[in-house]
Design a protein around this ligand. Sequence first.
Ligand SMILES: [Zn+2]
Length: 154
Amino acid sequence: MAKSSPVAKIPPRRKRDPLTRSQMMARIRSKNTKPEVLTRSAVHALGLRFRNHVEGLPGKPDLANKARKWAIFVHGCFWHSHGGCRLASSPKSNTGYWTEKLGRNRARDAEKISALRAQGLRVLVVWECEVRNGQLRDALGSFFGKRPPWRKDL
Ligand SMILES: [Zn+2]
């Protein structure tokens, strides 16, 4: 099910040069990224059912349950311009191109989210850095409810 990722083709860290911008893009743009896979596992662990890359909903959310009316996007911080995030620093070359491209992405993200909300869905954006920093469970906890099943003591 998981598509093979371009990451697998890159040699071990100590041997390789810094990633080129296009290699970064390839990693950032791929579906089934590590943050996405971890998010799916965490939502599964809550006992919630969902589908992946849901056709028929605006923006094909990475995870969604139409009947329960929720959708989750897992966003790479660079590609989706996470505000104030160190992973979202602007490229130093070709700045005009990137400003425009990333601006379009931001606008498209906002449109998808409003379209989903207009259909009555609740929408959560999970950021790559939240997954890396161990904040995923908290983010899911506040989205799905104050008494997450993994904390019976709350
Ligand atoms: Zn971030």
